[in-house]
Write a protein that binds this ligand. Sequence first.
Ligand code: MG
Ligand code: MG
Length: 300
Amino acid sequence: MSQTAKAISIFGVPMDLGQSRRGVDMGPSAIRYAGLQTRLQTLGYSVRDAGNISVPIIEELQHLPNNVKMHNAAAIASVCYTTHDAVQEALERGEQVVVLGGDHSVALGSVAATLDSFERVGVLWIDAHGDFNTPDITPSGNVHGMVVTSLMGKCPPPLLIGERRLQANRIVMIATRDLDPAEKVAIRDANVQVMSMSEIDENGMAHQLRAALRLLSDVDTLHVSFDMDSLDPSVAPGVGTPVSGGLTVREAHLIMELLADDGRVRTLDLVEVNPILDERNRTAEVAVDLAASLFGQRII
Ligand code: MG
Ligand code: MG
């Protein structure tokens, strides 16, 4: 990350409305318990934990009409508008921002805030999944699987947050390995760059990440949206939708270390930690280690 911006704001978004397994709403607590704030302070940053954005629990929404093609969309959008405004305010103060999910739908707010705060924004979507469904093709109706398409303007309201839309040539997906059939076609049709696990296996992580950064060479700001299910479940078991064959811990650190050298990252999402499915909080601990690498921690 940039050497000039030394202040970091942390926002928790205990969102579990975008998917169907309970527990991911405790992700912010788990990551805080693993010592995020202290670790970042140790690296020389002034770190402000701004607390949690308020999220309704599912039981409060049961009396409301629900669209089975976009479960809880209105409530998710409302939380994401609040997240957008809080993150944008911090970015405009010159701070860097870490957003703790919650499920990946929180990125509707955080990525939109980065897009609205800087002129040319690129997004690294590090995830086992594409999150590229739309209400027309979704097999589940879960909004956490429609986030990239919403950010690009391909989903209907209320999933369109903020002023600016993400352009297809400014997103690179990394660690992808589990796409729904119609989603696969949609990603190909949209010309979104995918650096799948097969390519990472074949060419190595450093080569692939440098290629991703070359594809994003015209952007001035990067947003890293890190879904913990990008990691292999053997090292990050506490996620809602684990998929085998994922990143090793070292591959994930290498991504973060190369991004720290790159210096353009302003916003980081750490999402989909599910403490109920975890083993003694180890997934949240990996999340904190990765954040430290992104903010400049070095082995020596
Ligand atoms: Mg995701
Ligand atoms: Mg995922």
